[in-house]
Design a binder for this molecule. Structure first.
Ligand SMILES: [Zn+2]
Ligand SMILES: [Zn+2]
Length: 126
């Protein structure tokens, strides 16, 4: 199991977290993932030092801050958000108190983002 999947499995054991297996990314999500890859490949991403010194570690990036990739310890501070931004959908930019946090494994890196109920249904058809 790759470390990112291991971490997601650990998250999925937490209360209120729903694991979704074999999720197929929407066109919107695919485009965001491609954007993350091209940022990384062209050196347009800031990282904590652990990303460089701990190959094989679990690293996290967020669609609300795609220029930053950090390890799970640094993510607590680096990716923390003011409460209002936390409830803004990363897909349609609508503020919604029911915005849900979503995390996916993208080739060993955890990509996290928020989806309002409408966008969540688009991304995760029941
Ligand atoms: Zn770190
Ligand atoms: Zn939305």
């Amino acid at each position: 199991m790759n470390p990112a999947v291991g971490y997601l499995t650990h998250l999925a054991d937490q209360e209120g977290v729903t694991p979704i297996h074999n999720h197929e990314p929407s066109f919107w999500l695919r485009a965001r993932l491609v954007d993350l890859h091209s940022r990384w490949n062209t050196g347009r991403m800031l990282t904590c030092r652990h990303v460089l010194t701990q190959p094989g570690g679990v690293f996290i990036t967020a669609l609300w801050l795609p220029e930053v990739m950090v390890c799970t310890s640094c993510a607590v501070d680096a990716l923390r958000l003011p409460a209002a931004a936390d409830l803004t959908c990363d897909r349609c930019s609508a503020p919604d108190p029911k915005t849900r946090a979503v995390a996916v494994d993208e080739q060993g890196v955890i990509v996290t983002f928020g989806l309002c109920p409408d966008c969540y249904r688009r991304e995760m058809p029941a």
